[in-house]
Write a protein that binds this ligand. Structure first.
Ligand code: RUB
Length: 316
């Protein structure tokens, strides 16, 4: 491992991603780009070739931190391949170019989020009671945007065991003066009768149009269907996982048992802790992206025919 990959800032960001202190697919992807930027700035590589191989090595480690994150994989592959394809430049120029690519990528992901917020806010109406799960920047930005447009609605936020990311959502919405009802995950079915919409984020959209998001999302989708409440997903097109079209399943991250039960508790029990689940497309009413709002099938059709998921990020 090179000196820069062991930079304290790089190691800290990696630890924070792994520990879910940095969380939410978009933020994780941006943090991954920051890592490559720090590596590029501090690299001691003596040749362009050595530099590209250093970026590639760090990038493989970054991608392994959260297996269920196509946006992270997409961002890392995009940055490394852009840098690798730049020929006949000095290592110094290549390092500067890598920093620019990372900066541009981060800027474009912010633009993507703004567009999702604009499209998504159109779906929020006065009087809505929106249920959400976990913490998604896309969801919070949509609700923030709708609130700033003067819409009057409230949000039911599930706590999201075991790491309680629902608290982050609740705090961010309260800071916008959006009324919040905060509940344990197992209250979602009882509270669904009050909801007019469910709005959740996504970590991945598969080639079949299914949606991968925080564990517990699928059961909320089932409850939403039982109450005929539209189940809406918000995510950028960089979360489309094209490899699933080739038959590769989306890997589901399995986290440590101590997040769920004490280290010395339940000896003999197999404790499982999957971080995500898969909501079949039949439960998804529509998906809000930076290029518009689509049914799952139409979104996948559009992305496949354009062959450019990730939209403007490709131009970094
Ligand atoms: C967060 C989660 C979010 C998606 C989308 O899980 O499931 O709904 O990542 O987030 P974790 P965003 O806390 O394990 O990262 O809209 O911010 O990309």
């Amino acid at each position: 491992m090179s000196a820069t990959a062991n930079d304290d800032r790089v190691r800290k960001i990696m630890r924070d991603i792994k520990a879910i202190k940095i969380q939410g697919a978009r933020k994780v992807a941006v943090a991954g780009a920051r890592i490559l930027m720090i590596v590029a700035q501090g690299s001691h590589a003596k040749s362009s070739r050595e530099f590209v191989s250093e970026l590639g090595m760090v990038s493989r480690e970054v991608v392994g931190l959260r297996p269920t994150e196509p946006a992270l994989r997409f961002g890392q592959e995009l940055i490394v391949s852009k840098v690798a394809s730049r020929k006949r430049v000095s290592v110094g120029e290549l390092r500067r170019y890598a920093v620019l690519v990372c900066r541009h990528y981060i800027y474009e992901t912010k633009k993507m989020l703004d567009k999702i917020a604009q499209y998504g806010a159109r779906l929020i109406s006065d009087g809505d009671v929106v249920m959400t799960h976990c913490h998604s920047h896309c969801v919070v930005e949509i609700l923030r945007f709708a609130k700033r447009q003067g819409k009057d609605f409230s949000v039911i936020v599930t706590e999201t065991r075991p790491l309680l990311q629902g608290k982050i959502t609740a705090r961010e919405l309260l800071a916008e003066k959006i009324p919040v009802v905060y509940c344990v995950d197992s209250a979602s079915a009882s509270l669904m009768k009050d909801a007019t919409k469910v709005l959740v984020g996504a970590d991945a959209v598969t080639a079949g149009g299914d949606v991968v998001n925080k564990i517990g999302t699928y059961q909320i989708a089932i409850e939403a269907r039982a109450y005929k409440v539209p189940f809406i997903v918000a995510c950028g097109t960089h979360k489309y996982d094209a490899k699933t079209a080739l038959g590769f399943p989306e890997p589901i991250e399995e986290r440590g048992r101590t997040e769920v039960s004490g280290a010395r508790e339940l000896t003999g029990a197999k404790v499982v802790n999957p971080a995500f689940d898969v909501t079949p497309k039949e439960y998804v009413y529509e998906i809000v992206t930076e290029i518009g709002v689509f049914s799952p099938e139409t979104l996948v059709g559009v992305l496949v025919s354009h062959g450019k998921n990730g939209g403007d990020l490709n131009g970094c």
